[in-house]
Design a protein around this ligand. Structure first.
Ligand SMILES: Nc1ncnc2c1ncn2[C@@H]1O[C@H](COP(=O)(O)OP(=O)(O)OP(=O)(O)O)[C@@H](O)[C@H]1O
Ligand SMILES: [Mg+2]
Length: 475
């Protein structure tokens, strides 16, 4: 449950929000003027503010400015009528999270609210490490191994400066946590933190997401939109999965790093950006450079300082600590307190290689807590190494990717989002099945659980190159 402040001088807008958000289990505070909102903020800290732009008395923009001084980390969504987006854009440049147009598109608005809440949560939840922690709300980076202590030291060294940091490590090792720890310990901790997953956003959209666009830059660009770099002004951007950027996006990011400027898509105005860049990847960037898929000059700019997060198998002594931590963390969520690991179970955990690293361990413990009966978890409650390991390792990331894709389609292809997204995903699925079976239609159809004629139909629908994927045996 979150606490959301709605500011609007129209009473019926306030009651609609009370109804809509109340149904979702949120607590709703209302203010019918900017003045009232500001006085409320003196004693109440909401998790999100929805603010009308045009109000009698203090304007939405002015209220936003003053609110930012009181609650700097609370995301603000500006609400405005068609045709009056300029002020909303102004607010976004000053660090508002987003603007939304009236009349509201409820599903879109609800998704936007959830995203804003999630971002606010990330910005406010401190990340700490090392010794026992007084702040129960904090998220901790767990580990006392010498390899992790090296990581903490590096975080401490780089956090206060504005230096660009490249965070490397296998999937699930905690790279994002490290990025957030750097942010929370930096001088920019009171400014925005925006994480962009370059792998989750389709290549064609990533650029407009990062740099924004002018009205008319492409079909669907109905109004100007500031990009993440502009929005994160004064703050920190994490470019996650940085190895997945297209060459043209790489060139633009390089320019931001070299000159501190960028341009919106379809625009000529040079925008000064003041952001601290953090980048993360689990890819072999050096190999990407050899294949000419990653710019060497950008690579040198990014890895001014590199933090390599060790894999879990390199720091096995941390496994018991991490297991304890997840047991405790999930006992509340799953309402199973007092669970412990049997010595045999702990031994199994310590002997395992953890290809999915901490994320896999976290999922393993969670799953065991669900499966286990009684207070003591036995080895048979642990699902190790089966195919589930691979699935579990990729599940959260790919879910995020799908969610991001869905969001993009809703935004960029209103009216045909469903068809577009489903087709895009279906084509990938079929391609993958054909690759895995070297183009054997019968096997691919079986894998997919569809008939061969249906598969043929889809291959021709999506114009999948049969030459490449079909071997000669099957037609
Ligand atoms: N040292 C740690 N202490 C506590 N939790 C951790 C630690 N490392 C990772 N986790 C948890 O494991 C999960 C994966 O971490 P994170 O998303 O930071 O990994 P990642 O390296 O970014 O992975 P990917 O490359 O797949 O994006 C998260 O739920 C995170 O909270
Ligand atoms: Mg990550």
């Amino acid at each position: 449950m979150s606490r959301i402040l709605v500011v609007d001088d129209e009473r019926n807008v306030l009651t609609s929000f009370q109804h809509l958000l109340g149904k979702k289990g949120h607590e709703v505070l209302t203010a019918k003027s900017g003045e009232q909102a500001l006085s409320l903020l003196g004693s109440n800290s909401p998790d999100l503010i929805l603010m009308d732009i045009r109000m009698a008395g203090l304007s939405g923009l002015e209220t936003f400015r003053q609110a930012k001084a009181i609650v700097p980390k609370v995301p603000v969504i500006m609400m405005t009528a068609y045709g009056t987006t300029d002020t909303a854009i102004e607010a976004m440049k000053l660090g508002a999270f987003e603007y939304t147009l009236k009349p509201f598109d409820i599903p879109k608005l609800t998704a936007l609210i959830e995203r804003a809440l999630a971002m606010g949560q990330l910005m406010r939840t401190p990340v700490t490490y090392g010794a026992a922690d007084a702040d129960a709300r904090a998220q901790r980076i767990i580990g006392k191994s010498s390899k992790m202590i090296e990581v903490y030291k590096l975080i401490g060294q780089v956090a206060p400066s504005n230096v660009t940091v490249l965070i490397r490590g296998e999937s699930g090792t905690g790279k994002e946590l490290v990025a957030r720890a750097i942010y929370h310990h930096s001088q920019r901790a009171e400014r925005p933190f925006i994480a962009v997953n370059c792998a989750a956003i389709p290549e064609t959209l990533l650029e407009s997401e990062l740099f924004g666009y002018e009205k008319g830059a492409f079909t669907g660009a109905v109004a100007r939109k500031p990009g993440k770099f502009e929005q994160a002004s004064g703050g920190t951007i994490l470019l996650d999965e940085v190895g997945d950027m297209s060459p043209s996006t790489q060139a633009k990011v390089l320019r931001v790093l070299q000159e501190g400027t960028c341009e919106r898509l379809g625009g000529h105005e040079t925008i000064r950006v003041d952001v601290r860049l953090l980048a993360a990847t689990n890819q072999d960037l050096e190999a990407l450079i050899r294949d000419r898929r990653f710019r060497e000059d950008l690579y040198y700019r990014l890895h001014v300082v590199t933090i390599t997060v060790p894999s879990l198998r390199e720091r096995k002594e941390d496994i018991p600590l991490l297991a304890e931590y997840f047991l405790k963390r999930y006992s509340r969520e799953l309402q199973k307190s007092g669970m412990r690991l049997s010595p045999e179970a702990l031994e199994r955990l310590s002997a395992y290689e953890w290809p999915g690293n901490v994320r896999e361990l976290e999922n393993c413990i969670k799953q065991a807590m669900v499966l286990g009966q009684g207070d003591v978890l036995m080895p048979e409650h642990l699902r190790l190494g089966q195919s589930s390991a691979v699935q579990l390792r990729s599940a959260p990331e790919s879910l995020n990717a799908v969610r991001e894709l869905a969001r993009q389609h809703l935004e960029q292809a209103p009216g045909s989002a469903h068809q577009h997204l489903i087709e895009q995903v279906e084509a990938q699925l079929i391609l993958e099945a054909l690759m895995q079976t070297q183009g054997n239609l019968a096997q691919a159809a079986k894998l997919l659980g569809i008939t061969r004629p249906t598969l043929r139909e889809k291959i021709s629908k999506y114009r999948i190159q049969r030459r490449v994927h079909l071997n000669q045996r099957e037609g």
